[in-house]
Each structure stands twice: as C-alpha cells, then as structure tokens.
Design a protein around this ligand. Structure first.
Ligand SMILES: O=C(O)[C@H](O)[C@@H](O)[C@H](O)[C@H](O)COP(=O)(O)O
Length: 258
C-alpha cells in the first residue's frame, strides 16, 4: 500500500524546561481536538523518563483530567507497586499529583501475571472495550501515543531484531525475552501505534545522538524499531527532543508554535 503520511515534525528545544512546556502545550492541543470531536481523550504513555517530561501538565488548569483515558504503550509484567512498573512510575510522578479519576487509568490486570498470553489478551480486551464500539476501524485510534527512544533504537517494548516487530494482527503482544530487564513485558504493536492520530517521541540527552541521527537522516536504510513508527495517512508523527539529543541530526527542525 502506498504510504502517504506527512513527514515527521521535529522540534528541538534548548533546555529541558522549554521541552516540558512545549510538550504540555502540544498535549493540550491534542486534548482540545479530541474533546471537540468526541468528548474524551485517549492517551497511551510509556515509561523511562517520559512521565517526568509531563510535568508541565501538573497544576495546568487547561487539562481536563476527567476526560482522559490513559493506557500504557508498554508495561513490565510486575505488580503495580513494583519499582519496575510503568504504572507505578506514572502514578508517582504524575497521577498522584493531579485530579484524574482512578477508573480513567488502565493498568494491566495483575491477577494474570503468571500467564503472559492471558495478560496481553486481557489488556487487548480493555482496548476493545474502549475503542471497538466507537471506531469501526480494524485497529484502535488513540488520540495520542507518547513514546520514548532507547539508545538501541527500541520504543515501547519493540526491540531491535525481535519477532514482535513483525506482528501485524494483534493489538497487544507479549514478550518474555526482553533484551532489557525485566524480561517479561506487554506492548502495543505497530498497527496500533501507527493508527494513532498523533504519535510523539520524547528523547533527551547525548546518549540519543547517534540513534536519533540514524532514524531522522537515514530512514531508507535504518531498520531500528523507532524508525518503523510511521502513522497512517490520518495520523502525524512528532519528535520532542533537546539540543543535546539532536546535535547530529540534519533533518529540518520546526519552530515550535501551535
Ligand atoms: O521499558 C523500558 O525498559 C524503558 O522504559 C525504556 O523503554 C525507555 O522508555 C527508553 O529506553 C527511553 O528511556 P529514557 O526516556 O529514560 O531515555
């Protein structure tokens, strides 16, 4: 199929504080568009440093937390109070500081930690409950998916060379051989990520320089997992990075304005 998505929009910020502010404004714009269309805002979050980059939403009166429906782009298969849990991380740095109804946050079902297939099926079922009755599309259409970038080019729990990169059917998949601990994880698949209305990567720091330059400047040759995030024609891809991460990138930087 001919791929007709728009080119990625690449924002590089001089400081972490500017990035946090710009990202919050961008998220508010995505929220506004989603609420205007359907009165709810569906978001998938990642772990790593990403939840901290959402600090600009805390205390921000524009955020309609009661309209947010939050899922995880990937999750480690651990109890929700475990140090490795992305849900715990997001709760500690964000949800505990804002007025989001608990039922609007969708963690994994920890009664199923021993059976990865049941666990990922049950997460997929949560997505079906959220999306299937509203969208006739084959895949859910998140309003916004926020992703991190590993120094190895992984994103969500889609790792270089892993068989899950070829998953074309399932919405949620599991792995028990993650190259980065912990071994057991579930992840949204490419078809889901690429059907979102907006996908935004957030990447900061020097350790991302080489991988970011490869993804942005050599898209035809790279096969890194993050480079395979290419929203379909109705979606857009954004990069929010700092100047330390983008130092080697030649791709055109957009001026941040909404
Ligand atoms: O599940 C994981 O092992 C991490 O959460 C990982 O996927 C992380 O999100 C990226 O490596 C980006 O990390 P930083 O945002 O901290 O650079």
């Amino acid at each position: 199929m001919l791929h007709t998505s728009s080119p990625p929009i690449f924002y590089s910020f001089a400081s972490g504080a500017e990035l946090v502010k710009g990202l919050a404004e961008f998220i508010l714009e995505a929220q506004k568009e989603a609420l205007g269309k359907k009165g709810r805002f569906t978001v998938a979050l990642s772990g790593g440093s990403l939840p901290k980059q959402l600090a600009g939403l805390i205390g921000n009166a524009g955020v309609k937390w009661d309209k947010w429906h939050v899922y995880y782009a990937d999750e480690r298969v651990v109890p929700l109070d475990h140090e490795d849990s992305n849900h715990k991380l997001c709760t500690d740095v964000l949800f505990s500081k804002v007025n989001i109804p608990k039922e609007n946050i969708h963690p994994i079902d920890t009664t199923l930690l021993e059976d990865l297939e049941d666990l990922s099926d049950s997460y997929e079922k949560q997505l079906i409950d959220e999306f299937a009755s509203k969208d006739s599309a084959r895949f859910p259409v998140f309003d916004l998916i926020l992703l991190g970038l590993g120094p190895d080019g992984h994103t969500a729990s889609l790792f270089p060379g892993h068989e899950l990169l070829a998953e074309a059917d399932r919405w949620v998949a599991y792995l028990d051989d993650s190259p980065k601990p912990p071994l057991k994880r579930i992840t949204l698949t490419y078809p889901v990520i690429n059907h979102a209305s907006r996908v935004a990567f957030v990447a900061t720091g020097e350790s991302k320089q080489d991988v970011l330059a490869e993804i942005m400047d050599d898209p035809a040759r790279t096969s890194l997992p993050a480079s395979r995030v290419r929203p379909t024609s109705h979606g857009n891809l954004y990069w929010f990075v700092d100047d330390a991460a983008s130092a080697k990138v030649k791709y055109e930087k957009s001026l941040f304005k909404l």
